[in-house]
Design a protein around this ligand. Structure first.
Ligand code: GTR
Length: 423
């Protein structure tokens, strides 16, 4: 498989940051089981009713910002359909979702591939793509995405209108045939359909569309950022999947890579309908512990991408040890659902060990549900997947999504989604 697609991680390993494990300073993580009133969580009920809502609120207030509720009456419009896509193996559908609930309003296009010949509703993988639906496969029938895209920097001059030449550009990250052959549907939406990824991109995105002041909105310090907006869009994609009889919406695995892995983790925390949550190399602001000074830092992410998180998050640029939450609690918000964290050996910018540790330190919450965690005490060697309800692997290679990653996610989904059927 090709791993040459790199525009999103072109600067993914910056000089001047710590990549030396012996220079990681000591840190104390907030206790996921210690409630604000000083009492300890002793069972799953207290977690669900008291501690989980507290942690969710802390993430909303200090990191991702507060997202609006689901709009009343989402509007869907069927787009192109091909029942003989991919050489007859799949049905391809495009569904336009009007995110502000108004026909002709802010539109996100869901691209859905369904394996042909399924006798019952199929489980699905849902993930956001970086540069347009048409980049995930060379299939000539996919409509070229309409929204202009960028590389996430405040460089509007570099915005590009998706062109035919980019069809299939990220095919290496989306092994459709492999996923469909295992009996899963694949659903995807483009990040720019929700919000173009640069500092003032929100003015052309969903956040402005849903705000009464539109592009003139003055944001509150805890209002949602782009990561939360992308996550919210993923929940709206799930709203649609709930209406599609070909898909078993109770078995949707949400997956995201890198910045979109941050969005997947946050969407999975906010929206418990996602049955599995998968973080692929999500790094800082995602699965990596913020308190570990290894690779990207809070200050750096808030500076390079000032639009990703809420304004309050910037307070911690110099003061990460006072951030009231950390990534292990984000992973714990998935509990008791299966969650998978994946790292890549050369992706030091994302702090692979910090990603492992957040999965590890989420275990006490899974234990409340009598769920096994990673099953290992220390960071496993490369290409050695571990875990049960919390899964983890460190793959050889760089920041990317590869067939190796997908094979692990398919096994993980089979294990949890098809459990009953094996008996
Ligand atoms: C990097 C950013 C990371 C990661 C990555 C990506 O530049 O610093 O946090 O999100 O982009 O999304 O590819």
């Amino acid at each position: 498989m090709s791993t040459t697609f790199t525009p999103d991680d072109a600067d993914a390993q910056s000089a001047g940051y710590n990549y030396d494990e012996s220079k990681v300073a000591s840190y104390t993580l907030p206790d996921p089981l210690l409630c604000a009133d000083g009492t300890k969580v002793t069972d799953a009920k207290i977690w669900r009713e008291k501690r989980r809502p507290e942690i969710l609120e802390l993430f909303r207030t200090h990191m991702y910002g507060r997202s609006p509720a689901k709009p009343a009456g989402l509007v869907y419009e069927a787009g192109a359909t091909d029942t003989k896509a991919l050489g007859g193996k799949a049905t391809r559908r495009e569904i336009h979702i009007f995110l502000d609930g108004k026909k002709g309003g802010h539109r996100m296009t869901l691209l859905l591939y369904l394996p042909n010949g399924a006798k019952q509703p199929v489980p699905a993988f849902l993930g956001m793509n970086f540069e347009g639906n048409h980049t995930i496969d060379a299939d000539p029938g996919i409509t070229i995405s309409e929204q202009w895209t960028s590389d996430g920097k405040e460089r509007p001059d570099k915005l590009v209108k998706p062109a035919e030449t980019t069809r299939g550009k990220s095919i290496g990250r989306w092994p459709l045939e492999m996923i469909l052959a295992r009996g899963y549907a694949v659903a995807t939406v483009a990040r720019a359909d929700v919000e173009p990824d640069y500092a003032t991109g929100w003015k052309h995105g969903l956040r402005a569309a849903l705000s009464k002041d539109g592009a003139n909105t003055q944001w509150n310090t805890d209002d949602w950022g782009a990561v939360a907006a992308w996550g919210w869009g993923l929940s709206r994609a799930l709203d649609y999947l709930e209406t599609d009889k070909a898909v078993d919406s109770k078995r949707v695995a949400l997956l995201g890579h890198s910045r979109l892995g941050k969005a997947a983790l946050w969407a999975g925390a906010e929206d418990e309908r996602f049955a599995i949550v998968i973080s692929n190399n999500s790094g800082e602001g995602g699965a990596a512990l913020a308190r570990r000074n290894f690779g990207e830092t809070v200050e750096r992410i808030n500076t390079s991408f000032p639009h990703w998180f809420c304004t309050n998050f910037k307070k911690y640029n110099q003061d990460v040890h006072h951030l009231p939450v950390d990534a292990h609690q984000l992973i714990a918000l998935a509990a008791p659902r299966p969650v998978y964290v994946a790292s890549a050996e050369e992706d030091k910018w994302a702090d692979p060990k910090g990603e492992f540790l957040s999965a590890k330190f989420a275990e006490p919450v899974y234990r409340l549900f009598n769920k096994a965690g990673l099953g290992v005490a220390s960071w496993p060697p490369v290409n050695t997947p571990v875990g049960d309800v919390i899964g983890y692997h460190l793959r050889t290679g760089k920041h990317d999504v590869t067939d190796y990653d997908w094979a692990r996610y398919l096994d993980f989904a089979d294990r949890h989604f098809r459990k009953e059927k094996k008996n």
